[in-house]
Write a protein that binds this ligand. Structure first.
Ligand code: NCD
Ligand code: ZN
Length: 350
């Protein structure tokens, strides 16, 4: 007999939906599971001002209307640059912008306009602290001399810890953490009893280690940033996600790319998991016998951190293997989802 689990409707605290025709394709997947999602601002050009974010939100709302989806709310972010002003931070705080995203320049997809030196963003960080606007961090240094598998751990020592010392009241989310060092840093940080530090964890980092990049050949659809790490790091992430510690919550980092841009001589970074993200998370929690911890991680702690109400409706997941298609439409192209041509052990009950 198949098992089921019913949980409060979850939210995705880190999501890429892109723009234009792609919106309709990917939003339908996310909205079938989640009530809200934090929308990443790394468009081309990036979403750097409140006005640009409002226009982007309107395009998302239009797509939702076309899809006849009424229960889903996008939460908008701004892309932090060397030139973000304190005035823009204040305006963001008055216009329901959920946070600013720090991309170190060159760290990942569409991050060329990111921060070149964290000191250049200090007046914006000071304003974010003052107006209580969270800073969402892509935590990797970009120096070519630093091994790509070490870039997150080095970021903690060189950038994150100094920011926390200089801005002790700044609210920070360490996004899509991938290492034991990040997991333990967030777990052990002294925040003086305040809600100032949290982390999101993706489903793919809970389910795969870096061997998955090379199983039987090179696997471009398993390449994302921060890149998958060793098994010991995956285990540490699973421990944190399933620990019931409210500092850790769900953020899929689902990142659609056209198939041809992934399957290329220089394939871009990003895993697409929105088609059944919750099923993937349920699989990860079930593997370690901690399904009872899924609801806090997926549906409670993120809302609490962002001072938003928890949803009142529920969703039910069932552990019947769900076949994943080889491709989904993506605007004029297609995208290859995680587990394409295979199955996911859990899915939303219809
Ligand atoms: C993201 C994307 O494609 O926008 N890619 C990824 O590998 N995660 C960017 C990001 O979040 O780093
Ligand atoms: Zn991302």
């Amino acid at each position: 007999m198949s098992r089921t689990i019913t949980i409060t409707r979850p939210d995705d605290w880190h999501l890429h939906v892109r723009d234009g025709a792609v919106l309709n394709d990917v939003l339908a997947h996310t909205a079938a599971q989640f009530g809200r999602a934090i929308i990443m601002p790394n468009l081309k050009p990036p979403v750097t001002t409140v006005d640009l974010a409002k226009a982007y939100e309107a395009r998302i709302q239009k797509a939702l209307k076309q899809l006849e989806i009424s229960h889903f709310s996008p939460l908008m972010t701004l892309y932090l640059t060397d030139n973000t002003s304190a005035d823009e931070v204040k305006k963001a705080s008055e216009n329901s912008i959920i946070g600013f995203k720090l991309y170190p320049a060159g760290a990942t997809t569409n991050s060329d306009g990111g921060v070149t030196n964290i000191k250049k963003a200090y007046s914006a960080l000071e304003a974010m602290q003052r107006f209580s606007v969270p800073l969402l961090i892509h935590g990797e240094v970009t120096e070519q001399a630093i091994d790509i598998f070490d870039r997150e751990a080095v970021f903690i020592d060189r950038i994150l810890d100094p920011i926390r010392k200089d801005f002790p009241e700044l609210r920070i989310v360490f996004e899509h953490i991938t290492t034991k060092q990040a997991a333990h840093y967030v777990r052990d940080a002294n925040t003086n009893g305040k809600n100032t530090l949290a982390a999101t964890i993706t489903a793919h980092h809970l389910l795969m280690n870096r061997n998955s990049l090379f199983t039987g050949g090179i696997r471009p659809h398993h390449y994302c940033l921060p890149v998958l790490k060793r098994e010991e790091h995956r285990i540490a992430l699973v421990e944190m996600a399933t620990s019931g510690n409210p500092r850790f919550f769900l953020g899929t980092d689902s990142a659609p790319h056209p198939k041809g841009e992934k399957e290329s001589s220089c394939g871009c970074a990003g895993c697409y998991t929105a088609h059944n993200a919750l099923g993937l998370y349920a699989e990860a929690f079930d593997r370690v016998g901690k399904l009872d911890r899924l609801e806090g991680f997926a549906s409670h702690y993120g809302a609490d951190y962002y001072n938003l109400p928890r949803h009142t409706e529920t969703i039910t997941l069932v552990n019947q293997p769900q076949a994943v298609p080889f491709e989904y439409p993506m605007g004029k192209s297609t995208l290859v989802p995680l587990r394409a041509g295979e199955t996911i052990g859990w899915s939303i009950a219809s």
